[in-house]
Write a protein that binds this ligand. Structure first.
Ligand code: C5P
Length: 227
């Protein structure tokens, strides 16, 4: 079973308000994107990685990738305006023989090797697997206009979806090609739009996405405690 990984890391990181592109923001002495890249290239289940980046940041990211002496080949490709386009670009760069694709955000430095591999393993029986955690807070739907509460959602049904997300490649490809104009913030939502089943694998609250400056502080603290 041939598995390739795609790391979307082409976001501009507007919510981080940093001087440098988000993948290059330093976290405990290492650029943010390097964490995800090292974890994925260390897995014996993944044959190679496609790193999707912003055109302007590409030369610098390529230079860093070369210096890392990673265990697996890494192809660097240019992303798009949206995360969906970026993943699609990565998908088009996968090898013909690839049967499964792992998508993992470049902004999630704290995924564990065991969770990553459990998700890949599960995808042998399921077409699509997403890592997620039950939500802890109470979530309300609020009208954009006026900011009045419309509903309080039943928390027992709500899960916060993360990456990794693992797919049979042909299904993910079809989902990207046929899901229409929906604005997808993850890949599973495109697969859901096809009517395919998506299996949830309970993940880890530490697997945060670095979006804002507070997240950087949290990630630093979690890395400090990471075994
Ligand atoms: O925007 P969001 O926080 O959902 O981004 C999740 C991941 O998708 C990040 O790693 C980001 O770099 C990536 N992304 C991308 N191309 C875009 C927008 C986001 O690769 N156009």
């Amino acid at each position: 079973m041939k598995v390739q990984a795609i790391i979307p890391a082409a976001g501009i990181g507007a919510r981080l308000k940093s001087q440098v592109p988000k993948p290059l923001v330093m976290l405990k002495g290492k650029p943010l994107f390097v964490y995800a890249l090292e974890i994925l290239t260390k897995s014996s289940m993944i044959s190679s990685v496609i790193l999707v980046v912003n055109a302007e940041a590409k030369p610098e990211l390529e230079r860093i990738v070369k210096e890392l002496s990673l265990l697996k080949p890494v192809k660097v490709v240019i992303g798009g305006e949206t995360r969906r386009e970026s993943v699609f670009n990565g998908l088009q760069s996968t090898d013909d023989a690839t049967e499964y694709v792992v998508v993992h955000d470049g902004a999630r430095p704290l995924v564990s090797q065991s969770l990553l591999e459990e998700a890949i393993e599960k995808c042998r029986q399921e077409a699509a697997v997403v890592v997620a955690v039950p939500v802890k807070p109470t979530i309300k739907r609020v009208a954009k206009e006026g900011l009045y509460v419309e509903a309080t959602l039943d928390r027992s049904f709500l899960w916060e979806v993360q990456t990794p997300q693992v797919f049979k490649k042909q299904i993910l490809l079809k989902a990207h090609q046929q899901a229409g104009e929906i604005l997808a913030t993850d890949d599973a939502s495109l697969v859901e739009a096809l009517g395919e089943k998506v299996k949830v694998l309970e993940g880890d609250y530490k697997n945060i996405k670095v979006t804002t400056q507070e997240d950087l502080l949290i990630a630093e603290a979690l890395i400090g405690n990471h075994s």
